[in-house]
Design a protein. Sequence first.
Length: 290
Amino acid sequence: MKNINIKLILKIIFSFSLLIFLFLKLDISVLLNLDKTVFIYIFIACLITCVSLFIMSYRYHLIVLYFLKKSINSIVIFKYYLIGMFFNIFLPGAIGGDAVRIKKLVSNHGVNYKNSAAVTLGERLTGLYGLLVLLSISFFFQNFPSGFNLQSYVPNVILKASPFVLILMLPILTLVLNRFKLKVTNLFAFKTVLVILLAQMGDILIAYLFSNFLGLDIPFVSYIFIMPIVYIGTVLPISLGGLGVREGVFSGLLTLYGVDASIAITISLLMYFTKIIVGLVGYVIYLKDK
């Protein structure tokens, strides 16, 4: 118990140290001088976030149906995702979105804890594979930031072929799932990866949206490179639910594209603010369900 508390305290210190560092780098006038139309962009970003969450809910529905032979309405699962987002944003380290879905499957749908955890693990593994595919797509387009000269180390033909190679390596994912007693066909694994790729495009679209709002000329494909790295950074067990790491990695990568640090940090804060709004919707649902 003491070790857990120490780890949590270290994560809190690390997350807030990163946030303080970012705020010290931020020219506050950039935030204060944002055009009022930013609220329209935030509203659109919230809608995109909800669409992405619904797509993820559909994937979870497919996984539960496939493994547990139990059909749970995607709308119901969507509510679980919204509640999970609230806990991820406001109570990171205490209970996450995964724990919310596990608990809801157990308490509301009669699924035992072991099966519920296994389904959520399957969701996580397919999501991670989807991230790798998404990152490999950015290798195909090769719109890397300055200083990231991957072409000097990896032959161009390998970079171009990497998305197709990863898709062909899909049986490895099914093998890993099978090792965790999650018997799955290659076709089903491919289907779930496609769905998660669609969902992961949400944050990429939001980043591109805010980028355009602030007058940046960063190609859309650049965010296909940036966002998977941001996602991977947030799942590392070094911070409080990815807090600080998410904003730091995102703004750091944007500066490599020549973007002013204050602009990059502003975009990351706008994206975080969007998640806060959607998380508050989850809190309202949580209160109604109590």
